[in-house]
Design a protein around this ligand. Sequence first.
Ligand SMILES: [Zn+2]
Length: 1002
Amino acid sequence: MNRSLLAKLLCTVALGLALAPLPAQQLDSKYARDPNQPVDQAYTDHILKYTTDKSFVSPLVNYLPASKTVPTPEKVLGDVSGAPNMLPYAEDVYKYFRMLQTASPRVKVFTIGHSEEGREMIAVAIADPELLNGLKENDARLAQLGDPRKIGLDDAKAKELIAKSYPVYYITGTIHSIETGAPTALMEMAYRLAVDDSPYIKDIRSHMIVLITPVVEVDGRDRMVDLYKWHRAHPNEKWPRLLYWGHYVAHDNNRDAMGMTLDLSRNVLNTYLQFHAQVLHDLHESVPFLYDNTVGDGPYNAWVDPTLADEWAELGWNNVAQMQNFGMPGVFTHGDFDTWSPGYLMFLAAMHNGISRLYETFGNGGADTEKRILDPEEYSRTWYRQNPPLPVVKWSQRDNNNYEETALLTTLSYFSHHTDHFLENYYLKSKRSVEKPQLAGPAAYVLPLSAADNNRVVELMKVMQRQHVEVQQLTASTTCSVPGEKRTDKPKDETFPAGTLVVRMDQPYSRIADALLDRQFWAPDDPQKHPYDDTGWSFRDMFHVNVVRVTDQSILKAQMEPFTDPLSLAGKVTGTGALVAVPNDGQVSLISLVYKLKGAKIEAVDKPFDAGEKHFNTGSLLISGVSEAELTAALHQYALDGTRLAVDPLVARHVVTAPKIAIMHTWLSTQTEGWWRYAFDTEGVPYDYISTQTAAKEANLRAKYDVIVFAPVGHVSSQQIIDGLPKWNNPLPWEKTALTPNLGRIDSTADMRPGLGFGGLEHLEQFVQQGGLLITCEDTAQFAIDMGLAPGVSVAPKGTARVVGTVLNTVFVDRESPVANGYGTGVPVISADGMVFNVSNTVGRGRERNLMDPYAERPTGRGSLQDSDEPQGRKIVKPEPLVKQEPWQPKPLNEDQMRNNLLLIPVGLRPDVILRFAEAKEMLLDGLLDKAKPIAERAIVVDAHLGKGNVLLFGNNPVYRGETIGNYGLVFNAILNHDRLDQPRTVEKPAKKPVDEPAAKP
Ligand SMILES: [Zn+2]
């Protein structure tokens, strides 16, 4: 067949398709094809073959235009995008985009950074060559719209810039590694954008720049592809679940937009801001068939510009309506996703003057074509889902790709016709961010520095930097008015000295600083009864630093200069003398010195002392025998201040040795413990990473470790920790092999199914009995209790109390515990669901509380409420005085109750409560708290004793999402003092409240 005949034929085919399209296309002429552009018939045939129902494809993607020069995804994939049984590695996806770049002047590929495991992340810009060649100039214009200070907030100038500018629409795929469809959908969509001559596509590429990161979680993607390949190679076997998505966390990589701990969050935000994009649109695949969750549900985040809420509605409803016109079922917006937390990746745009968007399409967790059976709540019709998904469906990866591409193309088309409108909004939102002090306030957040806080302030400033927030430092002292504590309190004048940090709100990214540093309140009677994520997060509380919200605009006129180096706040040595004292002030990184300064003599003081003006808490370190260079480098790296002492303080002390630590994980889930690994790695605290299977095999754990950290698994039962996964089926390997080169690198096993087992439990118990410290938290604390590792501790019933990721106030009960070293009276904690403990002086299920409170109740009888009843006709016998029991205390036992009591825990082995919640009315800091009484004042951190060792139980998660900086010290104190948690206290524990004699018991 000669070329012209082929072209003619292709043309005929294209025309043929154009003449016999789906009915929607005849009506909706705006998506008409270019009749002169040939179609790649083989590719088109495969699209239709892999689409399981004709309603699952649209006229936008039911064909592929042909190109003589630009390769289709088939070139790399060997089949079409979304073909069954095939998932490409990130490397292959990149290879394709680079082929596109070579073949088309409309495509440019950028490296935007690397993952924790060193894998590349890319962004691909697609537009007409004129736009791509003018990227730099366009970006310079967008930068001025994004920072209106550069044009003096002049709307006329903004209008000129808008007229010349092209917006940037940034799409990100596969942050969640088990959601596998986006890379192939984005490959094909990029091809369409580069090649298709349909007028609507031409409009897109001539009016805007489409920016694509096809794989966000690149480490997890490669592991997922490995797993899928294993599955294909073992068609008759069950296949393992994806355990490690990213290097540290799984699903929570989409909760990192506040703390910015992960490389992927930082790389995406840097790209979004470097391109001055207007939209960040993140693709997910966990809802049938397409949920544009942009519109979501209330409550909306309280710090977004109202214009953004309108943009969500505008884009969301338009998108749904367009899909509806194609007759594609199951497309909806609104839904039950609340837009409160700013932790989601897409929310980086919402907090930086852009538009955050998110699609949930329907994925099969791989590329198998499957019969899918939906739940009633998924297929039922409701007011915002008039054309719901089908209850039973045969679903393919191609169907998923059709939905993703169609929705994106229609929304890009809409955007391309309203570029001025969205650029205007971008400018307005940016301008209002700069005008925040006058429009909404506050004027600034002010951080008065104090030596005790600075280490944690450094961490907060690192977050501000990662969020691209400008921070200033006062060069002279200034006085301004500061609001009172409560709404009714009068404002008072406060003077801030030079050096104080100021986060001005008259800057483009004031919004994210405001959202992180302000407080959050979720009304208990809010109509939204199912918060999607944490309800509170204030970084001033979580980082345990002093932040003042200043509304007085005079602060903005104070003398200040840009603050650019967080590490300048701390990390210096002052004074002279051979002995260097480093205070313990609840820093995140005091423990780091013990590992960093190898060969130095490090002692910890057993009592507080003063040296000159400086106060050193119990647990402060005295360091000697280290070179000046080594010491200053370490102190600088970890932002710790040191003081050389001219005279030895002669205070009681003990030598600190570097504890040997294991972090133990299960093969059930590694999501939540991943945050602990992240913290230990970041702070330079070395550990062996072992699994429950290692513990099962290792008879003498104590010989290897001083501390075993069993961080939360994530809502698993104690039985699951013991049993692991059911053994009915085949072994589930997690190993590096030729077939699965990306598995088994963090930890590996020939079979993921076995759990800790009772053998492992015995080893763990022996470890503690022999003097080891086991640190547990949430579900692993429950495990320690259930398995008898924490005598006298139980989980207290929560009653009707409601806590959903809430930041709560606490009080230290035992400030003499080394765990409390460096802390004051309390420290804010985040509680997932209000978990609290009861402690008892007995083991087993004893009755913990008196059924009748003799101080508040009395039986019917003689006298007034305050009198004792006195039975008639016999001698009056005074009752034994009762010691009033506080909610965090064990029930005191009297002589009678202790007699021959086999369950009585000997003194010294009874659990010690270290931290408790504050009283009900003082408890709430941030988020939702309702009906707090059952959990108020109850224990949340308890040290239980078993043999010679200890089991530390946390009801709160002290190492969470890089946000609980104020709590890290609790964990690291415990580790540093693993062998000293039982030391007799230097002072009496807080005296029990004196009590009057109670009224007579009946
Ligand atoms: Zn997802």
